[in-house]
Design a protein around this ligand. Structure first.
Ligand code: C2E
Ligand code: CA
Ligand code: CA
Length: 648
């Protein structure tokens, strides 16, 4: 049995010719050694045949089994090596077949040595069309036949591969296949003149990359270029500018965007942004560019060299186009914009500087009114810095008690009795002295500080009014911002309950701007206030452009004719027309059952005229300037008297 196994091992150990040759050589040497041993044994054994036979057998066995054992070991080693190679091949194959990329290895004669299944799958090739030994051209032909080839002329493609191999250069190509997929092809030359190719489907990756590139450069709401692309565009225009060539930057901002967003919702806000973007696009000429910078801000680069003339023309056109009402979910909305303009190169040679200067001009435009444009001027920067400083001062001032409320009497036109006082805010600025609200209220509204200031005034006014006899009222001015951002109803209720003032003695004066967005929420708040018993007055009547329609939207208790009409009654060349307006407002108010107040009455003549026209209440320097609370008490409410006898 044992010898059979050994023989089997020997046979296993003899798979190749070289092994057989070695075996025969060792066996021959064994035979020679055996022959020698036989000689030695014959001599050594002398005449003893048994010893002789034993020695012969021993030496022969040694000579024969030595090589046999060596070959047996050799056979085992070979087995192990083969198993290792097989395992290695199988691992390699596993790796190849499980690669997500298609893989091919070609030799120097452009013949395929190996390809994985993924390669065939990528190009929908039958395995028969991708067999080792096939040349590259055949495989390309198969792909062309499948309609899944985008490498151009196959001959040129092959030449390119060979050239890369010759130059020892790797290459990477992107092929868009006719079926819409995008493949990346990487070629790596090998030292034997062949090469490796990997083919990867990067369709999804490309989509994501395109998406990212889009998001980096475009605004998804309006599809317009975003701030980044806008800035890059300015930078490249500045770079490629020759000589004294000019271009303009228009920075735009939708005037009442926030109220649209707040009242009609974000979807309507987005719609408005798209509409504005569309209108702007229509105003542009070739070479111009419009971008959305974020929020309600847009910007235009105007390529025209004829500056500032062309920027003026474009800004006027945009202002005019934007004045047309926009229909949003059944609501008529204004899309008016304010515009700030900077011209390159005079207003800056750097994109950021130009953008900043256009922005400063925009702030100026917004400060001067809505729906207008302003050019950058060199002093704007300093002025803006001044505003910022004032804003910081204002934040401090609230905590440091620098704000004071003054009161101006409202007098009954017939009896000349005091009906109430209007609370007017003053700022005792440590450096600038007593500041009028016209200087800081707009800034407070812009910065949101008006909310805190407004609460302060309502509280102070209610507390102060408690020192006056019932039914003398106090009137408080309320900004639009207080209706948008603050719980005005809560503030009023709090001030009333804290002071103990009857709601009927508090009057809130609002201007058209509060109703501008015509929002249901604002009207609801006004109704809630009125239901509490608080009176609501329409202030500065006649200065807006659609006062009558606003007057109809809410049952106001009072209309206050703007002071400018009273002034113009005696000053203006068109005194007759002014008188007609003054008269119309009085009869309108009276017919609607509202109190009518004439503001800004300074002279006896003016007083006579407004009395004649039927105004029920008078306010103005004729009776008194606004005064601090202590002086009001001293002057009007000494314990003994309450009636006002004449001019202050
Ligand atoms: P307004 O509500 O129209 O207040 C009347 C303004 O006319 C006051 O200016 C008052 O001093 C002034 N005035 C009164 N009588 C005469 C007169 O006979 N001749 C002239 N030339 N002017 C007269 P003031 O106090 O400078 O306030 C300006 C504006 O600031 C106010 O106009 C009001 O809109 C706003 N304001 C004042 N206080 C507050 C406040 O507490 N909150 C808010 N939101 N705004 C306020
Ligand atoms: Ca007022
Ligand atoms: Ca007024």
């Amino acid at each position: 049995m044992m010898s059979l196994q050994i023989l089997g091992d020997i046979m296993d150990g003899l798979p190749d010719r070289r092994g057989l040759r070695e075996f025969l050589v060792i066996f021959a040497v064994g035979c020679i050694v055996t022959a020698c041993a036989y000689g030695i044994a014959t001599n050594a054994a002398g005449d003893d045949p048994v010893t002789e036979i034993i020695m012969i057998l021993g030496l022969s066995a040694a000579a024969f089994f030595g090589p046999v054992m060596a070959f047996r070991q050799r056979a085992r080693d070979k087995d192990h090596a083969d198993a290792r190679v097989r395992a290695h091949h199988s691992h390699l194959n596993e790796v190849l077949q499980n690669m997500s990329q298609g893989f091919c290895r070609f030799d120097a004669d452009q013949r395929l040595i190996v390809a994985n299944d993924q390669f065939a799958r990528l190009y929908a090739l039958h395995p028969d069309r991708v067999k080792p030994g096939m040349n590259l051209r055949e495989i390309l032909q198969a792909r062309i036949a499948n309609g899944l080839y985008a490498g151009g002329d196959p001959g040129a493609y092959i030449q390119k591969r060979l050239a890369c191999v010759a130059a020892g250069e790797e290459s990477l190509d992107i092929h868009e296949l006719p079926d819409g997929r995008v493949l990346s092809l990487s070629h790596k030359p090998l030292p034997d003149g062949g090469w490796l190719t990997t083919h990867e489907d990067i369709t999804e990756l490309q989509k994501v990359e395109k998406q990212i590139a889009y998001m980096e450069n475009f605004d998804p709401v309006t599809d317009l270029p975003n701030r980044r692309q806008f800035r890059n565009d300015i930078a490249s225009r500045l770079e490629s500018r020759t000589g004294a060539e000019k271009f303009a930057i228009l920075h735009l901002d939708i005037d009442h965007f926030k109220s649209v967003n707040d009242t009609l919702g974000h979807a309507a806000g987005d719609k408005l942004l798209r509409l504005v973007g569309e209108r702007l696009r229509k105003c542009l000429k070739a070479g111009d560019m419009v971008a959305r910078l974020g929020g309600d801000e847009f910007a235009v680069v105007q390529a025209s060299d004829n500056q500032p003339h062309q920027a003026t023309v474009l800004a006027s056109l945009i202002c005019a186009v934007m004045k047309e009402l926009v229909e949003l979910d059944g609501n008529q909305i204004e899309a008016e914009v304010s515009i700030g303009i900077a011209v390159a190169p005079c207003d800056g040679l750097d994109p950021d500087q130009l953008i900043k200067n256009a922005d400063l001009a925009l702030h100026q435009a917004k400060g001067d009114g809505n729906g207008i444009y302003r050019f950058f001027e060199s002093g704007l920067d300093a002025r803006m810095a001044g505003r910022r400083e004032l804003e910081l001062d204002m934040r401090k001032a609230i905590g440091e008690d620098q704000f004071k409320v003054h009161y101006q009497p409202l007098v009954d036109a017939k009896t000349e009795e005091i009906c109430g006082f209007e609370a007017l805010l003053r700022w005792e600025h440590p450096e600038h002295g007593l500041m009028s609200p016209a200087e800081f209220i707009p800034l407070a509204e812009e910065s949101g500080l008006i909310v805190a200031l407004g609460k302060f005034v309502i509280r102070q006014a209610c507390e102060e009014a408690m020192n006056w006899p019932d039914p003398v009222r106090v009137a408080v001015n309320v900004s639009a911002a207080q209706f948008k951002n603050a719980n005005i109803v809560g503030s009023v209720m709090h001030a009333l309950s804290r002071s103990g003032l009857a709601a009927q003695r508090l009057e809130l004066e609002i201007t058209e701007s509060v109703l501008l967005a015509d929002s249901d929420a604002t009207l609801e708040m006004l109704h809630m206030l009125r239901n509490l018993g608080v009176r609501i007055a329409m202030d500065d009547f006649g200065t807006g452009y659609s006062s009558l329609s606003y007057l109809r939207s809410f049952p106001f208790d009072k209309i206050k004719l703007d002071g400018s009409f009273v002034r113009d009654l005696t000053n203006d060349a068109d005194a007759d027309e002014v008188l007609a307006i003054v008269r119309a407002v009085a009869s309108l108010g009276n017919s609607l059952g509202m109190t009518t107040t004439a503001e800004g009455v300074e002279t006896q003549e003016q007083l006579n005229m407004v009395r004649q026209e039927g105004y029920s209440e008078i306010q103005g320097y004729y009776y008194s300037r606004p005064l601090p609370a202590e002086q009001i008490a001293e002057r009007y409410f000494p314990p003994e008297a309450m009636a006002v006898g004449g001019a202050a």
